[in-house]
Design a binder for this molecule. Structure first.
Ligand SMILES: [Zn+2]
Length: 293
């Protein structure tokens, strides 16, 4: 049986009674050369397959997080506003976050916060629906101020690459929450700036720092990296993608976060990974790799 386009993973619980489910909102096919950037094909092609157009088959993984009576959706997929030509070139299947939620029996109006890691089309494209209204009618949309400013800046490289229209429609609907730096949205869920991939990229830290205090609390934490580390294929810290706007920063921040993730046993969620999530990491002489068991 072919697997369904949309699916919701079983809930995993983290410190502070935070539960996380992966909402699989479809697929897209990034160009492998762009995705792996400076890394020679013989190195990455051992584990990542390409189609006849040289593209990878990657998921659009969103997170649905419940904590302290609030619901947070992380990322919005591609949405519905891409042209047919773009959908074809980018190999998008699905991508509409509202449709994905409804397909698994959840209501887009149940979302209190939407975290957008950065303003590229496959993360921010679903902020707005086909009619130009916020896809999540009750939600505050959390974007780093630096990212919003970069989207409106005059850098030629960014022109046409950032979802400026989406951002402005959410802002004019009064639902944009521009944040500056690390911010706790609800107890056990924080956003933290990483830069690297884009100037204002942010990661999501999941799980209360001091544990929930309850006997049965799992005392475990998790991280969602956004496109700083889009799949487990990018665990070698120097594997910068051609889409990383600040590759020198990306390598440094990846290195720091992966060191903590391995040392502190954080569970890792990857936004474009086609495999089962989350995973934990171990540090070896050759770098970080998924930890067995
Ligand atoms: Zn992406």
């Amino acid at each position: 049986m072919p697997e369904p386009l949309h699916a919701l993973s079983p809930a995993r619980r983290f410190s502070g009674n935070v539960t996380v489910r992966v909402l699989r909102a479809g697929w897209f096919r990034p160009d492998a050369g762009g995705f792996f950037g400076v890394v020679p094909r013989p190195l990455w092609s051992r584990f990542a397959e390409t189609d006849d157009r040289g593209r990878l088959h990657c998921r659009l993984n969103l997170l649905l997080i419940d904590a302290a009576g609030k619901r947070v959706l992380v990322e919005t997929g591609t949405g519905t506003r891409l042209s047919d030509k773009d959908r074809d070139i980018k190999g998008v299947e699905g991508g509409d976050p509202a449709e994905a939620l409804r397909a698994v029996g959840e209501d887009p109006a149940s979302v209190d916060f939407v975290v957008v890691s950065h303003l590229h089309y496959d993360h921010a494209g679903g902020m707005i629906d086909a009619d130009g209204r916020p896809t999540f009618p009750r939600a505050r949309y959390v974007v780093q101020r630096e990212e919003a400013e970069a989207a409106h800046g005059d850098e030629l490289r960014l022109r046409g690459v950032m979802e400026v229209e989406q951002l402005d429609l959410v802002r004019s609907a009064g639902q944009l929450a521009e944040v500056n730096g690390e911010v706790e949205l609800v107890e056990g869920i924080s956003v933290t700036p990483t830069g690297g991939h884009t100037r204002g990229s942010q990661a999501v830290m999941i799980g209360a720092r001091n544990g929930g205090g309850r006997q049965d609390d799992p005392h475990e934490r998790a991280i969602f990296f956004g496109d700083l580390i889009p799949t487990r294929w990018q665990l070698p810290v120097r594997w910068t993608s051609a889409y990383d706007d600040y590759p020198v920063d990306a390598v440094e921040v990846r290195s720091r976060l992966l060191a903590r993730a391995a040392a502190e046993g954080w569970w890792c969620y990857f936004t474009h990974d086609p495999g089962e999530l989350p995973i934990r990491l171990e540090a070896t002489e050759k770098g970080y790799r998924p930890r067995e068991g």
